[in-house]
Structure formats: C-alpha cells, structure tokens
Design a protein around this ligand. Structure first.
Ligand code: ADP
Ligand code: MG
Length: 701
C-alpha cells in the first residue's frame, strides 16, 4: 500500500479499482487523490430541512422525510413489474415506487427500520408517491459525513450508464477524506487568511464536499475561489516581473527627428488627451531597457492608427526598422495607404507586403529589408514568413490582435538577437476583469476617448417586413451624397446558403437601386483579391453609392463618407461583431445610421443583443453584455488563453474577489518577490506545483 499523499493514483482508493479509475480518468480527468480532492460539486441539494408526510404539497420539489417502510409488494404491469413500498411517519402514509432494479431493491429494503428518504414526489389517486427515492438508514445517515447540503458532482452520460452515480462519487470522496484524515497543507500565508477572514484549506475542502450548512458552504466557496484566483494572479504578475527584469529589450533612448518632424509639421489634427497619455506610456516602455509587451485597447474609431505611426517613428529615430501587421489584406493595404499619406513629404521608406505582392517586387523588398534601406514594413501574415528577414527589427505592431495567436507573436521574436518591442492593438474592448485574468501579464493602455466632433451613430432595429421604408431612407441619404454599406452574414466561408442570401440581396438591391442613377459594389470572400480591391476602391472614391458585402469589411475599413450601415440578418451576428460593423460608419462629419434588419423570429439572446446595440455605443458596456451572454471562453482572443478553465471561480460573478486577489498578490510579491520568507513557504510550494501544470506559464512568449 503506497503512502497516502495527493499524488497517489485513485486506483488505490477504496471503492475505486482499475475499471472505475479508468473511467474517472477518461471522463473527468481525475487521476490522483489530489484531482479528486479538487473535484468540486457544481451544486448542492438542500437537505437541511425535513418534511412530514402531511406537509407535502403538489408543488413541493425535492424533499426528505424520515419514516419507516411497513409493507413491500410487487405489482405486475404491462412491461415487467413495479415495486411499491408503503412508507409512513407519525403524520401520514405515502408510497415509494421503483420501476428498475426491482428484485435487488426488494431484497435490500428493511421493514420497520427508520430511513431518511429523499426525492421528488408525485400526487396520484389521493396519495403521494416518490419514485426511485434516495434512501439511507437513519443510523448510517447520522454517522455519514454526507449530511445536510448534498453535493451534486459534474458527471457524464457514460459515467451514469456505468453505474458511477452521484452517490457513488460522493461515497468515493468520503472514503478519500477518511483516508487522508484531513491532511491538507495550507497554501495561503496566515496574514492573508487573517486579513480576509478566510477559513483554512482543510476546513474549506471539508465543507465544499460535505457542507453542514449553507453558511459554511459559502465560506468554503469564498476561500477556494479566492485561492484559485490568487494563484492565477501570482503567476501573471510574476511572469510580468520576470519579463521586466530579465527580458532585455532594445533601449530606444531618444525621440528624434522623425517623430518630431512628423509631430510638428505633419500631424493632421490635435491628438486627444487619451492618445497623448497612451503615447507617453509607450515611450516610457521603449526607453526602459526591458522589452515592451503592451496591449492597446481603443474602441473603433478612437484613433489607434496615429498612435501606431508615432510609435513606429520612435523606432526609426533609434536606427531600427519597424513592422506593422494586420489580419487581412484589405486592412493592411488601408494602413499602408493612410500611413503613406500621413508621411507625405517626409523621407521615410515604407512598403507593403501581402499574399498578393508580386515575386519581382517581393525580391526587391527582401533585399531592402536586409540592407536596412526599408524602414517600415506593413503587411499581413506574410510578414512572419521565414524568408522575411529584417536587418534590425525594433518593434512590431499587431493590429486587431484577436486574429493572431501567441505562437505568431512568438515568431516575431526569432527575427533578431533581442526580442522586438510588441504593441498589440485591439478594438474589441475587453472588460477589465477579463483583461486582468487573461492579459494580466501584459501592460494595458486604453484610449478611452473618441476624437472630438464625432456624432453618435443612430441605431435602429427594423423587421424585414419594413424593408421598403428602409430602402426609401437609403435613397434619401444617397441623395444627400452619402454612401451605404449593406452587410450580409457569412459566418462560414463555405456556407452555400449564406452566398445565396448575399447574391439574392445583391440582386434585389440592384433592382431597387437601378443604374445609371445608382452604382452598387459587391465584395465577398470568394472574390480574387484584386477584384475585391477594385470594388473597394470604386466605393472609396465615391463611384459607387452602395457596398454590398459580407463581413470582410468587418475590421478597420475607413471611408468617412459612408454614413449608413445596414446589417442583414443581424440576429446571426455576435455583439462584438455588430459593434465592429457599426464602427465602419460615423467616421465623417455627418450624422450616421446603423440599421439592424431581422425577421420576427428572435431568440431571447438575440433580442438582448439587438437592444444593447440600439441602447448604447459604448464598446466596454457592449463587451460586458457579450461576456454575460456568451461566457468568457467565447470572447475573441481568449480561446487560446487557457486561463479561463477555472475550477470554481467565475470571472463575471466573482469579479470583486478577482480584484482583491490581484491586489493581495501584488502586495505579497512586492514584499517577497521570490516567496522566500519562511511564512510564505507553503504558498511557494503550492505556486510551484500549480505553475508546473499551468498553461499560463507555457504561453510565455
Ligand atoms: P481606430 O482606432 O478604429 O483604428 P483610426 O485610427 O482609423 O481608428 O481613426 C479613425 C478616424 O479618426 C480616422 O479618420 C483618423 O484620421 C481620425 N482621428 C484619429 N485621431 C484623431 C484626432 N485626435 N482628432 C481628429 N481625428 C482623429
Ligand atoms: Mg484601426
């Protein structure tokens, strides 16, 4: 018999054995005693209350009663037989009924012996019945750890089918606790326990599995949630500290002629205070000797491009090259065009590299990149191909971060001896709580202010049946010289139905808006890049008034004269996508509109999404609603994080606790950065254990 420590395989546990152990591993990922200790119930049945039989009512849910069986009989029915037991207490009589396992149950039931029974009741022929009750002899019930609040553990169909019921799991865990005799090491320093009035690890584990009453359960939950969030924060903060102290970056010590010349002579507008603040934060990072790893959040239209450009120029001022990466060809091209335009009259070499760059040009570009003649390279994923070699890449800016994984970020590192500074820009606002958990290791800058003079986009929800009045409105806007987007969902590029809808829509629009008075463009993913480009340009130049498109225009396109966004089948889009799409309008001086078209049939979530869009244009509010509707795992950019596979805490519901955990973790590390003080010994041990298995650590880029 091996020593009972938490690394012991569960197959050694009483009541488990090899085949159950195998199932628990496969179905629930439970391998060791420790896994089982940390396998928490996802809900509890309240068994603190006892009912008398004469108190049962027709709407009573699950109840428990103490009483005795006075009589058992088998009743033949069409298919097989059913077992019926008369059950009494001092107030009345009811029946217990079984349809399965009749023979075995009949043999195991004891007459005239007090039982605790638990289950749902039915009312039938003037009598209450309880089918398949959970039962336990009162004598056992009293001895059992499993009292009061009954835990319900996560399970799978396979486990249930193989007879590993909740009761069995509960029993196994009970055996485990008897085996371990409460030998659980505390993981939090005393000072934290005292400060936050948390119960000990031992008490918490006992009460999460076998709570005696609600109050103790709550205390156990708080303690364990805190612990979970605390160790995540410890890891994130630690990772950030390591990066700052160990990962050297190029020191961009000066802001020189490129930056200053641009700032003084070419800046087309005054920066907003938020833009200034963010540039200051970036400058500080770049001159700190450590590698910058910063996330720049700014709502659609908040003016991230100019911040990016100023940052690129600082690299140039220090003799380095700079890269600017975007997720799509359209966007990369657009960044290229706007940066070339902004830099007009300055002596800076900028080039564009995408999948459709011609071989001849590409060759020249590679040469110029290696010689250092080329200073700024803008492009798509093509930038991180192995053949693209910089002479001295000093900074990489990545736009619309959610399309790039950690891997790709890491790839940019390989290009020179020190890692380039990294600035990741995103227009998908991430609620603070989520940012803290997922990007807790990055520094975060936020542009929380739109450039002056922006009018809020007026947003309306219209049903397909009112299409004619929508068309009439579009005509009025076009008559004023405005341009219109009509966007169709194309959730899946290969979805034939989506293309059909798009084409049908295009046809009906060309009918409703006939040539030569109107010109209509169309852009979708199946078109060749050059055709897409051609159509985009026609629209950009104002040669066409309507752009019918799929979501390829979702990100970043900037056409200030386009002031109406019609979104077809808007119920099929996620909130952040709707918000991105709406961000395509409202970029010029004119009042802009967003019209969400749907049929009458809407799910309740879809209604919430549409109402949210109509009610607010605040990207952070929208992100909060999105988070609530979809849960953190589905938010863009978080899928690969792995940070969100929480065991017990919930990022949304426990956001307050998360904040506390973060600040306590920071305090601890500021006093004892390596957790080497004696009072933090156990915390360090737990930290190392957790870090071993953690995806956060693996993701260090
Ligand atoms: P996003 O953050 O969505 O990338 P952009 O950088 O494309 O936003 O900026 C949106 C629009 O706002 C552009 O037309 C840009 O020229 C303009 N803009 C950016 N900053 C300012 C400012 N401080 N004042 C006025 N206009 C600005
Ligand atoms: Mg942008």
């Amino acid at each position: 018999m091996p020593i009972n420590n938490l690394n012991t395989s569960i197959s050694y546990l009483k009541g488990v054995g090899p085949s159950r152990a195998d199932l628990l591993k496969k179905e629930l990922g439970i391998h060791t005693f420790g896994d089982l200790v940390n396998f928490f119930p996802n809900r509890y049945l309240d068994r603190t209350q006892f009912f008398k039989i004469n108190q049962i009512q027709q709407n009573t849910s699950e109840i428990q009663i103490i009483g005795k069986i006075t009589d058992i009989r088998t009743v033949q029915q069409k298919k097989g037989s059913r077992l019926v037991a008369t059950f009494i207490d001092e107030t009345g009589t009811m029946e217990l009924v079984w349809f399965r396992g009749v023979k075995w149950i009949k043999e195991s039931l004891k007459i005239n012996t007090p039982y605790v029974i638990f289950g749902k009741t039915n009312y039938f022929n003037g009598l209450y019945t309880m089918p398949h009750p959970e039962m336990e002899l009162v004598a056992d019930y009293k001895k059992s750890l499993r009292t009061a609040m009954q835990p319900v553990y996560p399970s799978t169909e396979k486990l249930t089918n193989k007879g590993i019921s909740n009761r069995v799991v509960s029993k196994i865990i009970q055996n485990l606790f008897e085996d371990l005799q409460g030998n659980f090491q505390e993981t939090l320093p005393n000072s934290i326990l005292e400060k936050l009035k948390l119960i000990s690890k031992k008490e918490a584990l006992l009460n999460i599995h076998f709570p005696k009453k609600q109050e103790l359960l709550t205390k156990a939950q708080i303690r364990l949630k805190f612990e979970e969030l605390f160790f995540i924060q410890l890891q994130l903060i630690k990772k950030k500290l390591i990066r700052k102290s160990k990962i050297k970056g190029y020191n961009f010590e000066k802001v020189g002629k490129y930056f200053n010349e641009f700032y003084k002579q070419h800046l087309p507008f005054d920066l907003t205070n938020a833009q200034k603040k963010v540039i200051k934060e970036i400058r500080k990072d770049l001159g700190s000797n450590a590698q910058m790893n910063r996330l720049l959040q700014g709502d659609v239209g908040s003016g991230k491009t100019i911040v990016a450009l100023l940052t690129l120029l600082i690299a140039l001022d220090n003799g380095f090259q700079a890269a600017f990466m975007a997720p799509t060809e359209i966007l990369a091209t657009q960044h290229y065009n706007s940066i070339v335009e902004l830099l007009d009259g300055m002596n800076v070499t900028v080039k564009l590299l995408t999948g459709s760059t011609k071989t001849k040009e590409r060759k020249l570009l590679h040469e110029q990149l290696q010689s250092g003649e080329l200073q700024i390279l803008i492009g798509t994923h093509a930038l991180i191909e192995d053949k693209v070699q910089f002479k001295n890449l000093g900074i990489a800016i990545i736009d619309e971060q959610h399309r790039f994984g950690v891997e790709q970020r890491a790839k940019m590192w390989k290009k020179n001896e020190l890692p380039p500074h990294i600035l990741v820009m995103t227009a998908t606002p991430i609620p603070r709580t989520l940012a803290m958990s997922v990007y807790g290791d990055l520094d975060i800058s936020v542009i929380d202010e739109l450039p002056p003079g922006r009018k809020e986009v007026k947003t309306a929800h219209r049903y397909d049946a009112n299409r004619l009045s929508v068309f009439k409105f579009l005509k009025e806007e076009i008559a004023k010289g405005r341009q219109v987007y009509v966007v169709y969902p194309l959730i899946n590029e290969s979805e034939a139905m989506d293309y059909k809808d798009l084409m049908d829509g295009y046809e009906s629009i060309t009918r409703e808006f006939p040539k030569p008075k109107y010109q209509v463009s169309i852009v979708h993913g199946k078109m060749k890049a050059e055709d897409k480009d051609f159509e985009m340009q026609r629209f950009q130049k104002g040669e066409t008034q309507i752009m019918v498109a799929t979501t390829v225009i979702e990100v970043g396109v900037n056409i200030p004269n386009a002031s109406v966004m019609v979104i077809e089948s808007a119920e099929r889009f996620g909130l952040s996508q709707l918000h991105q799409l709406r961000g395509r309008v409202g970029r010029g001086a004119d009042q802009s509109y967003c019209i969400l078209m749907t049929s009458f049939k809407l799910s309740s979530d879809a209604k919430i999404r549409l109402n949210t869009m109509v009610d607010t244009s605040d990207g952070f509010k929208i992100a909060e609603v999105d988070l609530k509707l979809r849960g953190p795992g589905n938010l863009m950019g978080t899928q690969q994080s792995g940070v969100l596979n929480l065991r017990i805490a919930d990022i949304i519901k426990d956001s307050q606790l998360l904040k506390t955990a973060r600040s306590i973790a920071m305090d601890l590390l500021s006093v004892d950065p390596n957790l080497s003080l004696p009072e933090n010994k156990h915390t360090k041990h737990a930290f190392l254990e957790i870090s071993k298995n953690s995806t956060i650590w693996a993701n260090i880029s």
